[in-house]
Design a protein around this ligand. Structure first.
Ligand code: SF4
Ligand code: MSK
Length: 631
């Protein structure tokens, strides 16, 4: 790995300025640690190091010059790489799904205490979809029933997940034929852990079948439950403008960064920072107000629903603290660098952990209780207010911030695209206009850009270059997660981005007043994309694999991204990974995932680190699908 590749050469100026400040302040960041880590372990990079039992760790060696390469128990590189990958996919599915379970519990609790249900229409629609009688039931009664049914999805002993019914018939038949249709979320994840135990499944194809089922339990299960029930409880996002990048911090205010994933915490914080008593307390402590900003996927959640500024993505979390202007970084679960407590110690920032599932040594732990959410949030905000006086003069808030439109839920996209052919928005919404735009060639197709940041590629560059290449070629882009942060920071969700589009996409954007890159939410909200594709495929009477669409995770790093990529491929989608997964030590497994699976699922993985080449491959794929559809 070249040193310059690890450095943040192409970063936005807010990031660059703060990397320089970190150096001046003697702070080590993710880029420094990545550099110190070089060279990284070759066996690990190729996925052929096994620690599944205490006879290991095993790396694959030949016992005799002519014999096969094996671990001590005889596991081959195919077995070991597949087991490692499957366990990562199961962990990713577990993370998303446990998030979904927490939201279901929050909905159940809200129903019990008769708290507001923000999208009753969506609640009634989902109840109907699940065969729950809606006539004569109050919102609370229905919310309780829907939450109860959602919780059963995790451990029901028979049948398949309810949301599988949303998939096109042809897709369901493929899953049934492969015996990978997801059954119960916990069961499907547990089965991967069992089958990859020492001395259990040794067939890489069979191991991957179990991994696919666990991944489908995420996309069509845990994530979809998380998204749908969050919308019901907190409101389905609608488009609106927000500011983005670290320039959203305010020198004169108490700055609180909320970081992590679950909207239960961030929704309560949104209420608390608007509490008049706390605003008054902030003034009494010398601040002009309280400035709540969001980071990573929590940032997406609160931006989509409340217009809270998006402070930055995964690689900017330490830099937020380096500004010296953050009174509290409040975190819940996932993508929280443990290094934050070290960085926070060098400034006045309080790192506040809130989840019993994610404590960090050195942080202040203030456990968030959903049953007492507003009071918990008030205490956290007060802690930040009290810390304002400890701010030193070593403050640097970058000037750079951008603006863009966010909040394109499935419902919002359908409503917006209805304007292509209808003068008035269709009250019930239909994908006909979207399908017509694609059929006519005004739009060539659509691509999702999702995922994280990774030191193996320059920060945000692959997200942004890929998005620009695609919109230039009339491919509508939808984005989630840290990719969404990258795109809004680069101005790709603003009106100005229309200038970067091909003629067809530019016309659509102007007509509909939408940006060419649509913000669809957090990582769990990729389930919104699955749902949209299902509706389109059903409308066209084809399978998802037949649609002129593709996906890319150009800077992915997390196990959740592996689960997402796997459920996308198993749903029939072509997925380009910008960073190679740790499987390349097994030629068979690599070939299986990048080639063989296409004949089973219609989707496959591609590994391509160059974003321009990625765009080329996606466009070629979209054009091939158009020809197959004869459009
Ligand atoms: Fe080694 Fe086999 Fe144990 Fe893995 S399961 S550590 S390959 S002996
Ligand atoms: S936060 S999973 S770094 S997208 Fe969802 Fe960003 Fe990846 Fe975490």
């Amino acid at each position: 790995m070249q040193q310059e590749k690890l450095m943040c050469s192409g970063c936005d100026s807010a990031t660059s300025v703060l990397i320089e400040k970190a150096k001046r302040d003697g702070i080590e960041t993710v880029w420094d640690r990545a550099l110190a880590m070089q060279p990284q372990c070759g066996f690990g990079e190729m996925g052929v190091c096994c620690t599944n039992c205490s006879m290991g760790p095993c790396r694959i060696v030949k016992v005799s010059p002519d014999g096969p390469k094996m671990g001590i128990c005889g596991a081959t590189e195919d077995t070991i790489a597949a087991r490692n990958l499957a366990r990562s996919i199961a962990a990713g599915s577990a993370a998303h799904s446990d998030h979904g379970r927490d939201i279901a519990e929050a909905l159940l609790f809200a129903a019990e205490k008769k708290a507001p249900i923000m999208d009753e229409k969506k609640l009634r629609a989902l109840a109907k979809e699940w065969g729950i009688e809606t006539e004569g039931s109050s919102a609370e009664e229905l919310a309780s029933k829907v939450a109860g049914e959602a919780l059963k999805e995790f451990g029901k002993p028979f049948g398949h997940l309810r949301f599988v019914e949303r998939a096109p018939q042809k897709r369901k038949e493929i899953w049934e034929g492969m015996n990978v249709a997801p059954r119960a979320i916990d069961r499907d994840i547990v089965e991967v852990l069992h089958s990859t135990h020492m001395g259990c499944d040794a067939d890489y194809r069979n191991i991957m079948n179990a991994a696919v089922r666990a991944a489908l339990s995420d996309g069509w299960g845990g994530s979809m439950i998380g998204t749908e029930l969050s919308d019901i409880l907190f409101g389905t996002p609608v488009p609106h403008e927000v500011e983005a990048n670290l320039g959203v911090l305010k020198k004169e205010c108490v700055n609180i960064v909320v970081h992590g994933h679950e909207p239960t915490l961030s929704e309560a914080l949104v209420l608390a920072v608007n509490d008049p008593d706390l605003l008054e307390a902030a003034k009494q402590h010398g601040a002009q107000g309280i400035n709540l900003v969001g980071m990573c996927c929590t940032g997406n959640e609160v931006a989509m629903r409340h217009g809270i500024p998006m402070a930055g993505n995964f690689f900017q979390q330490e830099l937020a603290v380096v500004t010296g202007a953050v009174e509290a970084m409040v975190v819940d679960v996932q993508c929280i660098m443990p290094s934050l407590s070290q960085v926070a110690r060098c400034y006045h920032t309080k790192l506040i952990t809130t989840s019993p599932k994610a404590k960090v040594p050195g942080a202040v732990h203030m456990e968030f209780d959903e049953k007492n959410s507003v009071e918990c949030a008030r205490k956290i905000v007060m802690e930040a207010i009290m810390n304002f006086k400890n701010r030193t003069g070593n403050v640097l808030i970058p000037e750079e911030k951008s603006r863009g439109k966010v909040g394109y839920s499935l419902e919002a996209i359908i409503r917006a695209l209805d304007g292509i052919t209808n003068t008035f928005a269709h009250p019930s919404g239909t994908v006909k206009p979207l399908v017509d735009a694609i059929k006519s060639g005004v739009l060539r197709g659509a691509a999702a850009i999702v995922g994280c940041n990774n030191h193996r590629v320059p920060h945000d560059r692959s997200h942004v270059v890929l998005a620009k290449e695609l919109i230039k070629n009339d491919v509508l882009v939808v984005t989630t997660g840290c990719g969404a942060h990258a795109c809004i920071k680069a101005g790709l969700m603003s009106e100005d981005a229309v200038k970067l589009c091909g003629k067809g996409l530019a016309t659509c954007c102007e007509l509909l007043n939408i940006p060419p890159v649509l913000h669809m939410g957090s990582c769990v909200d990729i389930s919104r994309i699955l749902h949209l594709l299902s509706i389109m495929a059903n409308y066209m009477n084809v399978d998802i694999k037949d649609l002129p669409v593709a996906a890319a995770a150009p800077e992915w790093m997390s196990e959740k991204a592996l689960s997402i990529g796997t459920y996308a491929v198993a749903s029939g989608i072509y997925v380009v990974l910008g960073v190679a997964p740790q499987i390349t030590g097994s030629e068979n497994l690599t070939r299986h995932l990048t080639s063989d699976v296409e004949s089973i699922y219609g989707g496959r993985f591609e590994i391509e680190s160059d974003p321009v080449q990625t765009a080329r491959k996606i466009i070629d794929h979209i054009e091939a699908k158009r020809r197959q559809l004869d459009i």
